[in-house]
Design a protein around this ligand. Structure first.
Ligand SMILES: *Cc1c(COP(=O)(O)O)cnc(C)c1O
Length: 372
């Protein structure tokens, strides 16, 4: 059996090497390292894949959030509602732009923003909602969009973990994750479901004026070189990363299916353990398992992780401290579900290169832990 990794990027490269190497070589031959033609063609291909009008590439997923928020041009002190159990990037971007991240509660089963509680966080200063589609399934976007419309708020979807997932509205209409809000952002960090071999990110929108503004902000606030209309940043997707992503985009659906197959085997095996709760997929979304995250009950997580480690099985806790308890973002609020989840979740290895024997070994090792 091959050694087990949380995600096996080296193995995936071996599988795609015959296509990736010439794509990189072509960039080297042309020396078009910045804004070469693959940047534009990849953006268009991703827009087609998502069925969205505009994909604006940028340097990484955190920049994407910052640029998206800059494009909204919100007054200083505006409030942005975002989940308290999440990755740090939204909070960071808000704080840098002198906006206030308002940490809201998540649903105890899906771990996503709980729309039933959003309205209680809305004040006259609230200007935007940033749902994060955590671990690979969509937040309840239909309800979130209805609330946003009622209160005249902008919605930015943080799609970094859910690219390729599909959301179904109550009228049966289906669309890709990241195409429902006014704006969406994603990351091409190597371990993401669509990852490059360095940093990368993008912003998506169907609105022409927002797209134009975003393009301008990401490029030093200029439309015409050396004429700066607004304060911008320098945030670009490298040509080489775009060339790699062009190859990998063709496999995104296959990759996501492979992740789903691993998740299904885990979930079938672990359902019997009273200490483990496999991921619950909400009825209006698919799950692309950026992470396979179990919720545990009365389990000593450190001891469990230790036991797995001894068997050569890496595990991770995403995320061990909710955002309102982070030193840099302390807020004197209580989010019992977020606090409970950060103490009780544990993620197992998942990816596109897992062999049957590895999956079986992980399942047997987890079973053995509970049978001891
Ligand atoms: C990875 C990630 C980001 C940030 O992406 P980077 O490319 O690492 O900056 C933002 N939000 C979420 C939910 C993520 O998982």
């Amino acid at each position: 059996m091959k050694p087990i990794h949380m995600v096996d990027l080296a193995g995936q490269y071996q599988r795609l090497k015959a296509e990736i190497n010439p794509a990189i070589q072509s960039v080297l031959n042309q020396a078009n390292y910045i804004n070469g033609s693959p940047v534009k063609s990849f953006s268009q291909e991703l827009a087609t894949y998502l069925s969205i009008k505009h994909v604006i590439p940028c340097g990484n997923g955190t920049d994407a959030l910052q640029i998206a928020l800059m494009a909204l041009d919100l007054p200083e002190g505006s409030e942005v509602i975002t989940p308290g159990f999440s990755y740090i990037a939204v909070a960071e971007a808000c704080q840098l732009l002198k906006l206030k991240p308002v940490f809201a509660e998540v649903h105890p089963e899906t771990f996503n923003l709980n729309p039933l509680t959003i309205e209680k966080y809305i004040t006259p200063l609230t200007k935007a909602i940033v749902p994060v589609h955590l671990f690979g399934q969509c937040a309840d976007m239909e309800t979130i969009m209805a609330i946003a419309e009622k209160h005249n708020l902008m919605v930015i979807e943080d799609n970094a973990q859910s690219i390729g997932a599909e959301y179904t509205f109550s009228d049966g209409r289906t669309c890709k994750s990241g195409t429902i809000g006014h704006l969406s952002t994603t990351s091409f960090f190597p371990s993401k479901n669509l990852g490059c071999y360095g940093d990368g990110g993008a912003i998506f929108t169907n609105q022409d004026t927002l797209a134009e503004r975003i393009q301008m902000i990401a490029n030093h606030g200029q439309k015409i070189k050396y004429f700066h209309e607004v304060v911008g940043v320098n945030s670009r997707l490298d040509t080489m990363q775009a060339a790699i992503l062009q190859v990998k985009l063709k496999y995104l659906n296959t990759f996501n299916k492979e992740r789903q197959a691993v998740a299904q085997r885990y979930s079938e095996a672990f359902a019997k353990h009273s200490h483990l709760k496999p991921p619950v997929v909400a009825r209006n979304t698919t799950h692309v398992y950026h992470q396979y995250t179990l919720q545990t009950c009365d389990l000593d997580i450190a001891d469990f992780r230790n036991a797995m480690q001894k068997k050569g099985i890496p595990t991770m806790v995403y995320y061990p401290l909710p955002l309102h308890h982070q030193n840099a973002y302390q807020q004197d609020i209580s989010l019992p579900v977020s606090e409970m989840l950060s103490k009780n979740v544990v993620s197992l290895p998942i990816g596109t290169e897992m062999e049957d024997s590895q999956i079986s070994y992980i399942i047997e090792s987890v079973n053995a832990y509970f049978e001891k």
